[in-house]
Design a protein around this ligand. Structure first.
Ligand SMILES: Cc1cn([C@H]2C[C@H](O)[C@@H](COP(=O)(O)OP(=O)(O)OP(=O)(O)O)O2)c(=O)[nH]c1=O
Length: 207
């Protein structure tokens, strides 16, 4: 099945996700889940008790894509696939989302210093045939980060809107001693899994 215009909607406010989707040449329009429809409830990102990190992140990605799909139905927009994603950092069972404050980011960076953590990004596509989700898991090893480096890093604009309080694509790259998995997944949109999901919903990466 080939969809009209080979286009999709991206339900995300993340500039990284936009950049990564552009990288693979997908035509998309951005759907903003919050601003565009003030009456629509915000996506609740609270985790459930004892919810495993993979289950949590895939549930949130699914909810974001599903909310986007409801929005296009309500606004009577063309029924093109809606793509959304969710990223978390997991350190020894502790889940780090986006820091709520500079102090929270500082706490995350101190915990990540000298340790190996996982980055999970779930990507979801909602279309006429339902919502499909795939998750990418990467392992990232940080070198020791000094208190001075943490202080200076916090003063940069980087940590505040990133899961785990760092951006691998920014200055924090110098903390990354080793990564195994998906670089684009750590940045917020795993392009391998994204390509698979889009092909499955009829979007051709190589038309
Ligand atoms: C670990 C890491 C995360 N991140 C970003 C990717 C995500 O944008 C963000 C995690 O937050 P998310 O809650 O996954 O997404 P978001 O709120 O930024 O955007 P959306 O509107 O799609 O819900 O952290 C990086 O940019 N680099 C990194 O190295």
């Amino acid at each position: 099945m080939t969809l009209p215009e080979n286009r999709i909607y991206l339900a995300s406010r993340s500039p990284r996700r936009r950049e990564l989707l552009k990288q693979i040449g997908v035509n998309f329009a951005t759907l903003l889940l919050r601003e565009a429809l003030p009456r629509m409830a915000d996506v609740d990102e609270t985790s459930m008790p004892d919810e495993a990190p993979e289950i949590y992140t895939s549930r949130i990605a699914r909810t974001k894509a599903g909310t986007g799909w409801m929005q296009i139905m309500q606004r009577k927009l063309p029924q093109l696939p809606v793509l959304a994603a969710d990223t978390i950092v997991v350190l020894k069972g502790r889940v780090f989302g986006k820091p709520e404050s500079a102090a929270h980011a500082q706490e995350m960076l101190r915990a990540l210093s000298g340790q190996t953590h996982q980055v999970l990004t779930a990507v979801a596509v909602a279309a006429q045939n339902g919502i499909h989700v795939r998750t990418s898991a990467s392992t990232v090893r940080f070198r020791h980060i000094s208190e001075r480096e943490i202080r200076l890093y916090l003063a940069s604009d980087e940590p505040h809107d990133k899961a785990g309080g760092y951006a691998i694509q920014g200055i924090a790259a110098v903390f990354v001693a080793e990564i195994s998995g998906s670089y684009s997944g750590v940045m917020g949109l795993p392009l391998f899994e994204t390509g698979q999901l889009l092909e499955e919903s009829g979007i051709k990466i190589f038309p």
